[in-house]
Design a binder for this molecule. Sequence first.
Ligand code: MN
Length: 404
Amino acid sequence: MPPFDVPEGDPFGVHNLPYGVFSTAEAPTERRVGVRLGDHVLDAGAAALALDSPYAALLAQPTLNPLLAAGRTAWSDVRRALTAWVTVPSHREVVEPLFHPLSSVTLHLPFEVADYVDFYASENHARNVGQIFRPDAADSLTPNWKHLPIGYHGRSGTVVVSGTDVVRPSGQRKAPTDPAPVFGPSVRLDIEAEVGFVVGVPTELGTPVPLGDFREHVFGLCLLNDWSARDIQAWEYVPLGPFLGKSFATSVSAWITPLEALEDARVAPPERTHPLLPYLDDSAEEPAGYDLRISVAINGHVVSDPPFSTMYWTAAQQLAHMTVNGASLRTGDLYGSGTVSGPEQNQRGSLLELTWNGRDPLELPDGKRTFLEDGDVVTLSAWAPGPGGARVGLGEVTGRIVTG
Ligand code: MN
């Protein structure tokens, strides 16, 4: 077992070091903070204790929350310590036995999710949805879209870790042409390929977070699938927005990639076509976009490659907007970017767009798809450019649709 000798070019090399929470077959009820290196997981708390590290209090924990709350200086210090533990030869004898093969552990939801918010930040996605649902509108974007990042509050208690089965939701639906609503399992179950941002450092009620403080509060990111029952959503969402069509499940990847691992992936967001109010104006800020290359696969067949670099609103702007009214942040707050859709047909992040609301079925090796069928397994995966041409692996978020 050579975890110190991760092959060159491995997307989970020492340049990455994402955090998760795992348990082993020997101690299934004992959750531990783990750090991924190659195809192994380091028991980070055990390593901290064995090396008499001051960070044992942050790492010998059943969730990432204490580390999240510790703040940016501690995040950097812990990352530097971990890098030394897995690279300095004198640590090898102590640290090597604390690695577990990834295939032998169970991965859990890595942090206690506090509040959950979901945005709508892809211009391509918003325009596609506008054309599908408001074909007669003069502009496919609503008048507010270029002025603020549109979002809604979701249900944090139904955020689940990758690998959790998703039960097909039941609810009311009524097509415009139906005389009355009917109740039953959703027949238009969809995905939304997104990136989730994880808040570490909380704020006091009444104190907005300016754009430039994004990195003081946000620890890292994960992949997120905002499962969506389009038929339930279409009937319920006017005028207060998504509710039961979304709240039945939201899946996140098991690995949280710290922002520090993504320095080489930072890019400027698309050019702004409308002037922004000062609290959202990022023209003088450092680039806050991220070049993340996402893939969407259904039953192992790639159907789309959404590019995160095309997102109009950045995560820093979303954080500034979400707190500009004085709403406070809590450790473990999670916010979704919104569906990531690029300009090309094969870059769309939802089946709604990929099949144009069911009009153009996808041809998969196992048959045609408009929306998801029971037994379908959806997997989002991603990587980002890293140092020296390396890739930063963002892991995957997967889920199987089961009968309700
Ligand atoms: Mn969404």
